[in-house]
Design a protein around this ligand. Structure first.
Ligand code: P6P
Length: 335
């Protein structure tokens, strides 16, 4: 147990690359690239209060959201790191209007992977010192090697993901990821700049007592969601549940995966498809949830079966302990 607890991320990637069905050497280099970018962004996030990078960058992203300077920095760092690794043929970022075709080094477009990132999710929390996160998702390209990537390479259903994960910049910085063989969490030792395996084989408890939703939108929710929230609040059996909502998907997801719980971002009369982005937030978190024996749906269908139609499309999101998601789906179906 001692050896397993102190295995570094690099050692873990090497030890497990044979279990990976694709060209694991390239995936290892890709994950190492993400690890490097995570350390750089972590360094900036941790000193955000000291350096003039908290204020809004002044621009707005395609979502119409104010881009915080740290958003812009994180976006640039991940894109630059991935480009330099010569493994990726394309990148799509929640902060970029369109995808980026990488052929600066890969002149023959031989690289096999596309990466989709939300470089700093929950960034509105930065200036109030609340945890934020990076979310990433990796697919093999589907268009022929030797040609530039196309939109089709990015509009793949989530079930095609070959790896996904997040970095949570919290009380400690953790990298949590899956390559389809379970979920493992690594904690950064800032003194050494090394991630160590601290949470092997992470799994959602079958059920839980925490529900995470922005109840300020209650009156705008569909009736089924209102009914489920009232169910969570009733004095009956193991309820009332506890309401915990950080406003940072990665933080709420991470806590729920450890303690048990459900995270919901439903559609509402204000947002017909909810707020979360299918490609950059829902698919990677759904892959992690299912690999951790949890569940992720839009209230009706499996998130990872949804066929995307555009880069920045939004979907309603229900994710966490299997029994809690299924109970919420039951209320949605019966409303
Ligand atoms: P609201 C952050 O912007 C985010 O995408 C998620 O990380 C978070 O859970 C949600 O939006 C918060 O949205 O509308 O409740 O403030």
């Amino acid at each position: 147990m001692f050896e397993k607890q102190h295995r570094t991320l690099g050692e873990f990637i090497i030890a497990n690359q044979n279990s990976f069905q694709y060209t694991s050497g390239e995936l290892s280099r890709l994950l190492n690239g993400i690890r490097l970018a995570a350390k750089v962004v972590n360094h900036e996030v941790n000193k955000a209060g000291l350096v003039d990078i908290i204020g809004a960058a002044g621009d707005t992203n395609i979502q119409g959201e104010n881009q915080q300077k740290l958003d812009v920095l994180a976006n640039e760092k991940f894109i630059q790191t991935l480009k330099n690794r010569e493994i990726v043929c394309g990148i799509a970022s929640e902060e970029e209007d369109d995808f980026i075709s990488i052929n600066s080094f890969d002149k023959q477009h031989k690289n096999k992977y596309v990466v989709l990132i939300d470089p700093l999710d929950g960034s509105s929390n930065i200036d109030v010192n609340v945890s934020v996160g990076t979310i990433f998702s990796i697919y093999r390209r589907v268009t022929p090697e030797g040609t530039p990537v196309t939109l089709e390479d990015f509009l793949q259903p989530g079930r095609n993901q070959i790896a996904a994960g997040y970095i949570i910049y919290g009380t400690s910085t953790m990298l949590v990821y899956t390559t389809g063989d379970g979920v493992n969490g690594f904690t950064l030792n800032p003194a050494l700049g090394t991630f160590y395996l601290s949470h092997p084989d992470m799994q959602f408890p079958e059920t839980g007592k925490i529900y995470s939703v922005n109840e300020g939108n209650y009156i705008h929710f569909p009736q089924g969601v209102k009914d489920y929230i009232k169910y969570c609040q009733m004095e009956e059996g193991d309820r009332p549940y506890t309401s915990r909502y950080i406003g940072s998907l990665v933080s709420d997801f991470h806590r729920n995966m450890i303690k048990g719980g459900i995270y919901m971002y439903p559609k509402s009369s204000k947002a017909q498809n909810g707020k979360l982005r299918l490609l950059y937030e829902c698919n990677p978190m759904a892959f992690l949830a299912e690999q951790a024996k949890g569940k992720a749906s839009d209230g009706y269908q499996r998130i990872m079966d949804i066929q995307p139609t555009e880069l920045h499309e939004r979907v309603p999101f229900f994710c966490g302990s299997k029994q809690m998601v299924e109970k919420a789906e039951e209320f949605m179906a019966n409303a």
